[in-house]
Ligand binder design. Structure first.
Ligand code: GDP
Length: 279
């Protein structure tokens, strides 16, 4: 899905976030493991001041494992509790309960001191569009969870999903906005297909992908398309157009079609697991 962001959209999302965040103890922030930098908005640090925090590195099935380990370490050093997950398959979700206990230790202790017993942790999921928030909520909360009704002080229509005795999750995720001022962020989000691309056209994006693979993951393009890899990226695109028979009328090569193939393969993980950013 493509998203267009404009200031109106942004302030509405932000206002909603500021309201919802008052209701919770714990922020579960989803980050795309392929672009952990581009898929975060650091303003969340300000919005979530004084809240327990967890970072879920999502879509780890598509990301480069060794780089995911580096990112996990990086975020842990920043003080976050981190869990690597694949929300689509459910892999890694089992570790979340432990992470919640760990990140909410202070709150649980405080409750204990005050004689409050068994007050569930209230959590909300946040992240930029397309990072996998709905997929995560569905697979984590799943069918087993019961929805509890509206509670006093909660925006009308807001529901809590009761996962177990110690956890309640707000059923609507908080939407963070991407930080578009940074050109690289826009490029990376466009490459993974998270935003509608206004910066580059399909062919230029595909060339960025080819450039990236040729230098960072040599061999993957050859393996997928049977082409010779070189620094002549346009030449690689025309090789792909030829082997995949992307032709216009009159045998002319159809670069747009070839570019679409490259982008689809890239986004679906057919070119191999990759991470675009290093901590
Ligand atoms: P939201 O906008 O943040 O709610 O994102 P969605 O839940 O709609 O997910 C966006 C896309 O990412 C969907 O096509 C999901 O199937 C896909 N997705 C979500 N989580 C994962 C994951 O862990 N691995 C993979 N491969 N795809 C995922």
């Amino acid at each position: 899905m493509n998203y267009q962001w404009y200031p109106g959209h942004m302030t509405k999302a932000k206002r909603q976030m500021m309201e919802d965040i008052k209701l919770i103890d714990l922020v579960i922030e989803l980050v795309d493991a392929r672009v952990p930098y581009a898929s975060r908005n650091p303003e969340i640090n300000d919005l979530a001041r004084n809240k327990a925090r967890i970072i879920l590195l999502n879509k780890v099935d598509l990301a480069d494992e060794s780089k995911t380990v580096k990112w996990q370490k990086y975020f842990e050093e920043e003080g976050f509790t981190v869990v690597k997950v694949n929300s689509k398959s459910g892999a890694g979700l089992k570790l979340i309960q432990g992470a919640i206990q760990e990140s909410c230790k202070a709150k649980i202790e405080r409750d204990k001191r005050r004689g409050i017993k068994n007050r569930p942790v209230r959590a909300m999921v946040v992240g930029i569009p397309n990072v996998g928030k709905s997929t995560f909520i569905n697979s984590y909360a799943g069918k087993a969870a019961t929805k509890t009704g509206n509670k006093p002080g909660v925006t009308k229509g807001k529901q809590w999903i009761r996962l177990n005795r110690s956890l309640e999750l707000l059923d609507t995720p908080g939407i963070l906005w991407p930080k578009f001022e940074d050109q690289k962020v826009g490029l990376h989000l466009a490459m993974i297909g998270s935003i509608k691309d206004d910066i580059l056209n399909t062919e230029e994006l595909a060339l960025e992908v080819l450039m990236f693979f040729q230098s960072e993951y040599p061999g993957n393009l050859k393996k997928r398309y049977g082409i010779e890899e070189s620094k002549k990226w346009v030449d690689m695109l025309s090789q792909i157009a030829r082997v995949r028979q992307c032709l216009k009328k009159g045998e002319e090569l159809d670069y747009v079609k070839a570019a679409d193939i490259v982008l689809d393969d890239f986004r679906n993980g057919n070119l191999g697991r990759l991470t675009l950013e290093e901590p």
